[in-house]
Design a protein around this ligand. Sequence first.
Ligand code: ASP
Length: 358
Amino acid sequence: MSASVLLIYTGGTIGMLADPRTGALRPMDLAHLEEQVPELERVGVRLESIAFEEPIDSSDMRPADWIRISGIIGANYEKYDGFVVLHGSDTMAYTASALSFLLEGLSKPVILTGSQLPIGTIRTDAKENLITAIEIAAAKDEHGRAMVPEVAVYFEYRLLRGNRTVKVHAERFEAFRSPNWPALAEAGVRIKYDRSAILPHRSGPLKVHDRMDEHVAVVRLFPGIRGAWVRHALSMPDLRAVVLTTFGSGNGPTDPDFIAALREARDRGVILLNATQCVGGRVEQGRYITSQAFAQMGVVPCADMTVEAALTKAMFLLGQHTEASAVQRAMGEALCGEISRSRDCRGAFRPSERWPSG
Ligand code: ASP
């Protein structure tokens, strides 16, 4: 019997058409998308689909939408072998990270994909992304278990762990990287899976969580940042956590007023998290004098987590726990492959890999 895959269409460039009046791209419905890919009939997978009533540009995605997508997967979990989520690329890394936390104990593939050019355009990257994502969602190992039992992003011949992914290019087809974790698979003539990089199978039932706390913010440090700015940014009522995106291996200014502004927030109960602005590498608080104050005031180092993963993990944990100490502790624990415990992570600036330039 052929494998079954549920396609969940949320929007994004993949299904967009140009508005005849303004030329701006806007989301179209699923029927339009399916019409453009007659090849879907031939992939050898039993394919069914479900769509957001109003497909959206992913810049409009909110935590409630992540919960909606995980709810759809939960409600259909037993019926399908795998899931493909069609999604705009702009915030795909956030959604992939959020889904990885919301779908606890996942043992089936949830593959997010989209495209840089709409599916109806001649040079589109959408068809390959869609068809290969479906193949990966349907793929089984020699024991008949899902080949990729986790949330992943498929784009331009690479399958990446969802909660390790960052969007690195606004125009290139190769729009995503996962700097701190190797690709889970590469698609060429065959799809080659790197089994040592894929999460091990989990037994036990899927638990779909349905709470995310939105009282979390990201504050990007910059040279010259002032205490007054930090006080202003952190003055949002009911703020529970802030991801500080810091320099290099987790550093920031030593300016006493800047440090005092952070202490004031901490004393009000705001959880402070430290994630690096660098696309690869990890936070090591205390390595430089410029991160010692963070360590002293109890800022939680996010190690090699992406900002996307740190933010969505904080939202998720705050949705589950009321105790700040439980959230702080769990931020440092690996829930689903989003963080490497030590420097021996399979951190991946491989010499053969070049960052897209320009
Ligand atoms: N703005 C689009 C979106 O994220 C871009 C894309 O789909 O690639 O929905």
